[in-house]
Design a protein around this ligand. Structure first.
Ligand code: WT7
Length: 654
């Protein structure tokens, strides 16, 4: 991606500018807001948070703390304010938007839909919150949510928030083992799941997987089960509770919201890093919601009658911020989609756009590439005239996919917002602003107010003007994750020790002469496969649990649809020679220990891994060979056994 030539920016199409009421409608507006937020963060964000959130006690304090003192104390925003986020997402809309559709749901089968108005959603959240309370859930307690894309997943999140419980949503594709790790890490006693999920015509046995995860986990007191497909499920009468029965029992339609302080945790969300097990990132109530609301409104130029559709899953941060919290805080109609872009065929997204009149559409580059590969006919068969803004998120978008999205899907009438951010940032950080920013294919363009990007070069110096290096952020922003659940030291060492005083993102970035940012992808040992973030260390831990395998080194390689594929180099145990079922065995282990989305594409048996004389695996060498560029191995003088590299190149599967 670093070879993208300097290119002229594309002006914002007229249709995108017309009718905007956004505070940021031009690059001048953006520059003014950006400077105001940088120079007076307290003033800027106190104003935004007070305008957007329904406070019980409005805050008088803005930002406390900085990146230099973060080892000893957390950054805080609005620390003396009190609120309950559900009053911002629900109660505050009842008078003005009670009958407006809050959640528009499209099920797995085309045309199977539900619509919940703000008033209906409010009642459902209150009833579910009362049910959770009757199960004994206390303020501050963690609740795991392991569900598919049904409105009840959002209701469950908000119900936890209503009583001040901390939710941790686990993506429904994760295996029982991965779910168990998360249940243990945050010491959850209550889990919310459903009988089965549906996705692309297939059944996902969520309750059964949850049961497997809970074997031997005595601290799990209650499992609340939403009935979606009505399939028969195993039942533990002392532990399991049907959602509909629990709600019927509480017989309320309102429940006062529990007061929280601004910095109380709202949720924990697990994400992969370059080492060790996934970390539970902690987002707190007021800063997160302010950031979710601000970025959602400004980036997409949200309008009152928008039908806004984000195709992510609530198991990831995109679903938290841009399906649930941002849109609901902004009183928007947010679409939840249970299925996949290819079911029943590659026209599904555009069928949804046409039937629901979607105006803002947000998806991932991997989906765009998969759909572009199926031909334009699936797009042009449907009326897309309602569309105004097209978003992308999750991984770098290659210019060819960007052009296809712009020309074929948007017919040149829509602006594309390529939004760069992370689980850690809580919301969009570097992005075009729909009515304001002329775009360049493959560029996330400029930073949002509060985001101060710094590109650090190989000499650990900030790059001034155009250049390339590692992307850091220099100032705290309201939506940043505050800590790692139960391990603040790990938070500090992961994000703030590489470049002291800066938050290090783990991404590479190039800035052109006009200040446009091009994210080049991860520079650490994190993989991004179809927008799914996974650690190479997690794959390696799975592989060495496979009986035939003694050692493993896993790296990514460029993949035309998935962005990255997974390449595993393995050393077999002494005496093992049979390689025939190795890939299948490796993938069965990945499926069991991580989930179905964790799949290895290539396994290569090697005589040894390339190590330094001190025994460290030289991952750079593995990466270059997997990329098909063995001529770029660089300095090999520290290698313990050069013969190993010769053998790996000779046996390379690329
Ligand atoms: C990583 C974060 C952000 C929500 C979904 C992913 C990559 C994300 C972009 C983009 C290039 C991107 C980065 C980042 N990424 N958006 N627009 N352009 N890369 O959240 O699972 O925490 O992953 O996704 O590498 O570090 P996540």
């Amino acid at each position: 991606m670093s070879t993208i030539p300097e290119m002229p920016a594309r002006e914002v199409p007229d249709r995108v500018r017309q009718g905007s009421h956004s505070p940021i409608q031009s690059l001048d507006d953006w520059r003014r807001s950006w400077m105001a937020a940088r120079d007076n963060p307290d003033g800027f964000w106190l104003r935004e948070s007070q305008a957007r959130l329904a406070w019980q006690t409005p805050p008088t304090q803005g930002l406390r703390g900085d990146f230099h003192t973060i080892a000893d104390s957390q950054v805080s925003w609005f620390a003396d304010g009190t609120l309950n986020v559900t009053e911002s997402c629900l109660d505050q809309h009842l008078a003005t938007r009670g009958d407006k559709v809050a959640i528009l749901w499209e099920g797995d089968e085309p045309g199977v839909t539900r619509a919940l108005t703000y008033r209906e959603l409010y009642v459902e959240v209150c009833r579910t919150a009362a049910a959770l309370r009757s199960l004994g859930v206390q303020k501050g307690e963690r609740v795991i949510i392991y569900m598919g894309m049904v409105p009840e997943a959002a209701i469950a999140m908000l119900a936890c928030a209503r009583i001040g419980a901390v939710h941790s949503v686990v993506f429904g594709g994760f295996s029982a083992e991965a779910l168990r790790d998360r249940i243990r890490d945050c010491a959850a006693e209550v889990i919310i799941t459903q009988d089965e999920g549906l996705r692309g015509g297939r059944v996902i046995p969520l309750k059964a997987t949850c049961d497997d995860a809970c074997v031997g986990e005595r601290h799990v007191r209650k499992v609340l089960v939403y009935q979606h497909t009505s399939a028969p499920v195993d039942w533990l009468p002392e532990r399991d509770v049907w959602w509909h029965e629990a709600l019927a029992d509480v017989a309320v339609s309102e429940l006062p919201a529990v007061p929280c302080v601004a910095e109380d945790p709202l949720f924990v969300l697990y994400t992969s890093g370059s080492t060790g097990r996934p970390k539970g990132l902690v987002h707190t109530c007021a800063g997160y919601l302010t950031w979710a609301s601000y970025t959602h409104e400004v980036v997409f130029d949200l309008r009152e009658d928008d039908v806004y559709a984000c195709m992510a899953d609530v198991g990831w941060i995109t679903g938290h911020t841009y399906i649930v919290y941002g849109p609901l805080c902004n009183g928007a109609t947010t679409l939840m989609f249970e299925s996949t872009p290819l079911y029943p065929d590659a026209g599904r997204y555009w069928d949804i756009v046409a039937r629901h009149g979607v105006t803002v559409f947000y998806t991932a580059p991997t989906a765009i590439r998969a759909l572009a590969a199926q031909g334009d006919g699936f797009v042009t068969d449907y009326d897309r005239s309602s569309l105004r803004v097209l978003g992308t998120v999750g991984e770098p978008i290659n210019p060819e996919a960007w052009e296809w999205y712009y020309d074929v899907v948007g017919e040149g009438r829509c602006n594309i917002v390529d939004t760069w951010w992370q689980t850690e940032t809580g919301g969009i950080a570097i992005t075009p602003i729909a009515p304001a920013t002329p775009t360049k294919p493959g560029s996330a363009t400029f930073a949002m107010p509060a985001i101060v990007p710094v590109i650090v070069n190989d000499e650990a110096q900030p790059v001034v003007g155009p250049g390339e290096g590692r992307l850091c952020l220099a100032q705290p922003w309201p939506g940043m994750a505050r800590t790692v659940w139960g391990d603040h030291e790990r938070y500090v060492s992961t994000y703030f020790s590489t470049f002291p005083g800066f938050y290090f993102t783990g991404d590479g970035c190039r800035r052109d002469a006009e200040g446009y940012h091009f994210i080049t992808g991860r520079v650490d040992d994190v993989l991004n496969v179809s927008g799914h973030r996974m650690g190479t260390a997690e794959f390696e831990a799975v592989l060495i649990s496979v009986e035939a395998i003694a050692e493993a080194g896993v790296v990514g390689f460029p993949h035309p649809i998935k962005g990255q594929g997974v390449y595993a180099y393995v050393v077999l145990q002494p005496g093992v020679h049979d390689e025939t079922r190795l890939l299948a065995a490796a993938n069965a282990a990945c499926r069991n220990q991580i989930g179905a989305h964790a799949r290895i594409d290539v396994v290569q048996v090697v005589p040894g891994l390339p190590k330094t004389r001190s025994g460290k695996v030289m991952r750079r060498i593995l990466r270059k060979i997997a990329e098909g560029a063995p001529e770029q191995l660089g300095d090999l003088s520290t290698l313990a056994d050069p013969g190993v590299v010769v053998a790996i190149i000779a046996g390379s599967r690329r």
